[in-house]
Design a protein around this ligand. Structure first.
Ligand code: SF4
Length: 308
């Protein structure tokens, strides 16, 4: 089965994370510096709902009254400026315009500024701290429209970025696959099952059993299964699981191809996260050159430039 993505992948990004000094205090950061040459394998779509709403730079910080940005859409919350101006309508209109820009360009991945009352989605790094009352007003629309959402601050960790990138490729590949018969679903599952098992072993085993034992109608339809796999692909793995699976796949690769890849360590051997990311990239390259399906990172973006 073809596991390649040929096109340059389109990714939306909060403009202040793309280097534009668009924050209320005229700050901005180029988070893409952290991913080095990888950045050139994507087409970027920076958007800023607040600047697009005509709020200007610098401006007063906005805040949400009510539970979250979702409440603003339900008329149960407001977006207020520091001096008490109601900006709800302007930010909602602008958020819709930004969303439409992304959708009409065929973008379904977005890198967001965590903690923003506009672009924030959920807090993934600080437990119990709900900065910006997530999701933000724009974040709510991204969630509703099924975007693959990557927190910008995770681009600075080579292993986390590797994890986001491989799941994003699998997500985009799965969205495009024809799915008309159970045989199509089997073929898709053959490619994605190892990655899904790493993310959520219990769920993946149960799905494997359902595929073997149930009819399409009993499974709730093919598109329902596609959606549940897409949802699992949104969930992060962990460095420990990544290390364990790398070794497992590498051991199988050696048996299957009779080849070795220099520098891949056992899970128990100490190494820093940068070294682990390099091992993962080596494994991807080795698998690609041997035409071997590396189950932890099964989809290959031919536009990807190797950092090794
Ligand atoms: S977080 Fe979003 S709304 Fe705020 S400055 Fe960045 S791009 Fe603009």
């Amino acid at each position: 089965m073809d596991v390649y993505l040929e096109e340059r992948i389109k990714v939306g990004i909060s403009a202040c994370m793309y280097g534009c000094k668009f924050r209320y205090n005229a700050k901005g950061w180029n988070q893409l510096e952290a991913i080095g040459r990888d950045a050139s394998s994507f087409v970027w779509f920076p958007v800023c709902p607040e600047v697009n709403a005509g709020f200007g730079v610098p401006r007063e910080a906005i805040k949400i009254t009510g539970e979250s940005g979702s409440a603003v859409w339900e008329n149960a919350g407001k977006v207020m400026s520091g001096s008490g101006k109601n900006l709800s309508k302007a930010l909602m209109n602008s958020s819709e315009a930004c969303l439409n820009q992304l959708l009409s360009a065929g973008v379904s991945v977005y890198i967001y500024m965590e903690g923003s009352p506009s672009c924030g989605v959920y807090r993934t790094t600080l437990k119990n701290k709900r900065l910006g009352k997530p999701p933000g007003v724009f974040g709510h629309l991204l969630l509703e429209n099924g975007f693959f959402l990557i927190p910008a601050d995770e681009l600075t960790s080579p292993v986390k970025w590797w994890d986001w990138r491989r799941r994003m490729l699998a997500f985009l590949w799965l969205k495009k696959q024809p799915l008309e018969t159970k045989a199509d679903l089997y073929n898709i599952w053959h490619v994605l099952k190892f990655l899904c098992q790493e993310i959520d072993e219990k769920w993946a085993r149960a799905l494997g059993k359902t595929l073997a034992d149930s009819t399409v109608a009993e499974m709730g339809g093919l598109e329902a299964i596609r959606k549940s796999i897409l949802d699992v692909l949104r969930l992060p793995s962990s460095p420990q699981k990544i290390k364990n699976r790398l070794w497992k796949h590498y051991s199988h690769y050696r048996k299957y191809t009779g080849k070795s890849i220099e520098g891949i360590k056992r899970p128990t051997e100490l190494r820093n996260m940068t070294d682990l990311a390099e091992e993962l990239l080596k494994m991807e390259l080795g698998a690609m050159s041997a035409d071997y399906l590396f189950g932890a990172s099964p989809i290959i973006n031919r536009k990807q430039k190797s950092k090794t």
